[in-house]
Design a protein around this ligand. Structure first.
Ligand code: HAM
Length: 435
């Protein structure tokens, strides 16, 4: 027996179905917004993340899976996908003026050496998007609204957008200086992490979780007083547009996010369930105005994006029963009553599958009772019974498991029969809907 590597987990059976459902829903929304898929390598040169995610972030300082390959090159398993996607956009010279914006979506595993805990893994999956091009506050709004609609599509009802403006370089440099002056006076009593952050990126002190430090943060100077007119105007346009779209938000002046590449708008979506449980942030993102240049691209190109943790979404959806409405049932479960009918059963299953009916066949040779039990366990709509008479007559018994009715159907009329029944069910439920 081998154990799982600490912080990793198997995604199997119904759990895997949940992941596929989440990913497919997210991809569908992204495609409606005209995003295209990017698949970049899991391994990148370590320097890419040092330059982008940043030397002062916890991710680069403590959490990267970094190793030397046999050619002595420092390689890192990606802790997120933004850096790789931007690298790929730059390397592939996709930024010709006529082609921007580049709208990329991605999904795949990420690696962070974090302390494993509920919902936090060392290998986890992200879905995300990056929109790269010229600057418009409305691009940021489009990114935020894509994130909002995706979560709505997945069934999240009471979402709260938490948003902040970190300003452009000028705003941030001014602000960092006053923050340094402020925190310098309190530093002795602050936690070790804050002392580190003071040296590396003073902004990160703002999201320290230590209660005593939070008291000090409360009275710290606020970014809003140091924003340039341009940043302020930009942020106001974003907020106004969100109002118009009916996306409710809360401005949190201490939201800085854990990655160093952000500037201007940063955001997270928080979720509270119908039972009142606060699950915190489901995803996060923001604008970056220097990242593309930092990775070797042109100077005047900026971007905005977000990423959602699939594990996080799956666990909150399970906990809040949001998967209950998803239909993962089987259409047909075929039950040959004798081993010698199995090849015929397989032939019928193939024809059903080719005609769009999700089907399975019992090849375990259980008795009728056992097979029926299995059909119910699989939430199959129909149980198809193949006995001696049916083999003789080239027919099959179709048992509708929801209505407890059954009929013998000639095999060459089976698909037509099921199509008709499906149509009836469909028009029935539509009718019901209209009432
Ligand atoms: P992030 O906030 O570091 O942002 O990660 C995004 C999401 O990934 C989190 O909200 C969380 O759901 C999930 N996540 C992060 N760490 C873990 C973990 N250890 N286990 C499970 N889930 C985790 C980014 O990664 C940015 N690249 C987002 C972005 C894209 N910003 C602009 N573009």
């Amino acid at each position: 027996m081998f154990n799982l590597v600490k912080g990793t987990h198997d995604v199997i059976l119904s759990e895997a179905d949940k992941y596929s459902y989440i990913e497919q829903t997210l991809i569908q929304v992204a495609e409606y917004f005209n995003y295209k898929e990017f698949r970049t390598p899991i391994m990148e040169y370590s320097e890419l993340f040092q330059r982008s995610v940043g030397d002062s972030s916890d991710i680069v300082r403590k959490e990267m899976y970094t190793f030397l390959d046999k050619g002595d090159r420092s390689i890192t398993l990606r802790p997120e996908l933004t850096a790789g996607v931007i690298r790929s956009i730059v390397n592939n010279k996709l930024l010709a003026l006529g082609d921007i914006p580049i709208k990329a979506y991605y999904v795949g595993p990420c690696f962070r050496y974090e302390r494993p805990q509920q919902g936090r893994y060392r290998q986890f999956n992200q879905f995300g998007i990056e929109c790269v091009g010229v600057v418009s506050p409305y691009r940021d709004v489009e990114v935020i609204s894509l994130c909002y609609f995706s979560l709505k599509m997945l069934g999240f009802k009471s979402l709260k957008l938490v948003i902040n403006c970190l300003g452009d370089d000028e705003s941030r440099n001014n602000y960092k200086e006053v923050l340094r002056n402020y925190f310098e006076k309190h530093l002795d009593s602050m936690c070790g992490d804050c002392k580190e952050r003071f040296k590396l990126n003073v902004l990160r002190i703002l999201d320290c979780k230590d209660p005593a430090d939070q008291e000090i943060v409360k009275n710290a100077p606020k970014i809003e007083d140091y924003l340039t007119e341009k940043s302020k105007d930009n942020f106001n346009k974003v907020l106004k547009s969100l109002d118009e779209l009916g996306i409710e938000y809360e401005i949190d002046r201490n939201l800085v996010r854990g990655l160093d590449y952000y500037s201007d708008v940063v955001f997270e979506f928080h979720y509270t369930s119908s039972k009142g449980i606060n699950y915190g942030a489901l995803c996060g993102g923001g604008h970056y105005n220097k990242l593309i240049q930092e990775i070797g691209g042109p100077k005047d190109i900026e971007g905005c994006g977000f990423a959602i943790g699939i594990e996080r979404i799956a666990s909150v959806m399970s906990d809040d029963s949001l998967f209950d409405e998803i239909d993962d049932s089987l259409d047909c479960y075929i039950m040959p009553l004798d081993i010698s009918y199995q090849d015929k059963a397989l032939e019928i299953a193939t024809s059903l599958r080719l005609n769009g009916y999700k089907s399975d066949v019992n090849l375990e040779g259980k008795g009728l009772k056992g097979m029926l039990k299995k059909a119910i366990k699989l939430s199959s709509k129909y149980a198809l019974i193949l006995g001696e008479d049916e083999i003789k007559n080239n027919s099959i018994v179709v048992k509708d498991l929801s209505k407890e009715t059954q009929e013998s159907i000639e095999l060459d009329k089976l698909i037509d029969y099921l199509d008709e029944k499906e149509n009836e069910n469909h028009s029935c439920s539509c009718h019901h809907h209209e009432e």
